[in-house]
Design a protein around this ligand. Sequence first.
Ligand code: NOJ
Length: 548
Amino acid sequence: MGQHWYDNAVIYSVDVETYADSDSDGVGDFRGLIGRLDYLYRLGVTCLWLAPIHPSPRRDGGYDVADFYGVDPRLGTLGDFAELLHEARNRGIKVIIDLVVNHTSDEHPWFVDAISSPDSRYRDWYVWTDSEPADRRQGMVFPGEQSETWTYHRKARAWYYHRFYDFQPDLNLANPDVRTEVKKIIGFWLQLGVAGFRMDAVPFIIEQTEPGNSDSPKDFPFLTELRAYASWRRGDALLLAEANVAVDEIVRYFGDEGGSGNRINMLFDFLLNDSMVLALARRRAEPLIMALTESPRLPDGGQWATFLRNHDEIDLSRLTAEQREEVFAEFGPDENMRLYDRGIRRRLAPMLGGDRRRLELAYSLQFSMRGTPVLRYGEEIGMGDDLALPGRNAIRTPMQWSDKTNGGFSAADPVRPVIKNGGYGYQKVNVTAQRHDPTSLLSWFERMIRTLRESPEVGGGTCTAIDDAALPPAVLVHRADGPSGTMLFLHNLDDAPVRVDLGRIAADADHPNQVFGDQPYEDKLDLADLELTGFGYRWIRIRRDPAG
Ligand code: NOJ
């Protein structure tokens, strides 16, 4: 196994609100989630990431927090949350929560006080300026839904800064009191028993905002402080950062120039996400070979988090404009499928035309990469999206448990409509039906994750893409090496069958055998002549060191 619990974890991203409703009020809750822990255990999930659970007006899916020390009463009580931690721990499942400290809701008592008077003790907890800043209309994260980043507040008689929506004023993290408070928040939830945090908007947390300067300097040492604090409170605490930044900036998020990993310990790999989607769209391996080759070496203890879908649009901003157009043409042909000019607001199953072979291929690719896989709820059964819902809500519909009322999510009118119609409706796509079907996507995920558990070199070991002109351009070959052994992976991104010669590439093979794949293939495996069907994939163990 890897050195840290998170090296070989399988992280599952849940919105408690839309997962399972235990008290029939239409809103998912902690008790509902507790009732589904056995399902998650069976799937092979080892860590839950809960989207914001705090009291909030929920104008941005809870990312507009009104109290960092409480839980949204619609989701349950703090007591229910502690029960969830306990029940999860009994099943060996850790829980991390979103830490959203770049901003608060404008209904947070700190902001309400801050606007009441220039002398408020909370005034300097936010970022103000007296005159209209030159960069007022720059740096919007939600273009189309947001028209500025500095807004004049009539009551406060000053301009406040907000990187996101205008109801999410940025906290002033240069203020030592705010820094202390953030640590207190971290300490509070670690004390309750969470295993760490998914840190929201990290590049903006460390942005030292200067009015008029749209490229303000960054305060990396704050990450060092947070890591030190979190580790003092809980040695193995995870800080999983959301930072969609350029490749050459990434290493600084993990540690200082000295090369020590003293900042965040995991980072979502946005470049790999975009490259997987581009490779799927082109049916070519090259974008993945490039991404794996270009990706920086992380300091000791640093780990990638991989994902195909998350709760937001697929953000294609790591691609060039032409590459983005290729992906749009393939996976987001209608304007209504796109968002903020940079992304796609669809789930993976409909993006891939419901083609089961391609879905398996895509998830086999993700889970065989270096890093820790993060899986969005519902992807394991191939849920669809509802493009009639606004913005990112298209992919935030309730979990589909059965063919009963509201897909078994709730007996009452659900907080967001359950997908009812078409090929992705709950009558067709649901957990109950798939549990009883050994050939279902859900059963496939269970088997795939079990195989991962037997192969700690995958995810925790090195990951090398083989760049060899003799390989068919549609086939990605990569290998994972670790103390426990070596695994070779073949993924055919196109639908034409191919034969692949890995004799030379895998010269160090010792009794190779296939441990997972889209089909069993040949009885007698010959690395110099491997068969691969259209959209086929094979995991071939070439070395094993049981002591590793
Ligand atoms: C990133 C989150 O993923 C997104 O859902 C949210 O809207 C913004 N940060 C603002 O908190």
